[in-house]
Design a protein. Sequence first.
Length: 255
Amino acid sequence: MRTHSRRGTTVTLPLIALLPWTLLKLHVMKPTHTCLQPMATSESPLARRRLGRTGLEISQVGLGGGGLPGCASDAVACDVVAAFFQGGVNFVDTSPSYGAGESERRLGLALADVARSSYVLQTKVGDEGSQNAGHSPFSREGVLASVEHSLKVLGVPHVDSLLLHDPYEDELETFLGKGGGMEAVRQLKSAGIVRHFGCGAREHEPHMRLLAALGPSEFEVAQTVDDENPLRRFLDQLDLRQAMRIADVGLINAA
């Protein structure tokens, strides 16, 4: 199981990309320590794209929360989020495993006064940590505990997208089996706490396996890592791009 964190921004088909916050010059705004509302679509300098069959309209570039734990202070982290929002970003990706929970905690502070309907929030399950309340991260109980923890720390009533994070084959079997985490995902979706489900993984096999097992009605978002940039063009390995396009699965590239 991987416990490392990823840093990145995001990109849909045609690719949506997650960029590390360090790529954005902080002088684009004066420090405020209070997050601004994301720009309306008509005002935003960034194009919005439909995230597959989810129907979510997200900015072509998103904020990858993996870098927020590296900010010098909570105030600086809030300024970073505000700068992205001022620049037209409305999509934020995080995980309870990033910075031992600091990514979600700082996002919670930054988003406290931002209208929940104005941004799209994505987090993850499937990593070891206290967020699982002692359960396997791939079990029903572990996923329920992890999501409850994320909601509390982020200070939100729901997440727009929940990703299974970097699963190995045996972990996928547990997740999809009886008493596994997919049962929790269905329960959370039924309650409106999780709106859409997908996978965030470097390898393409977990995406293809989940699409085959669940179908596009339940597998809605595929987030790859470093697969589409000027030096790397890996999205077509295992026919991932084509498979996701046919199924209308939203495709995101973290970098």
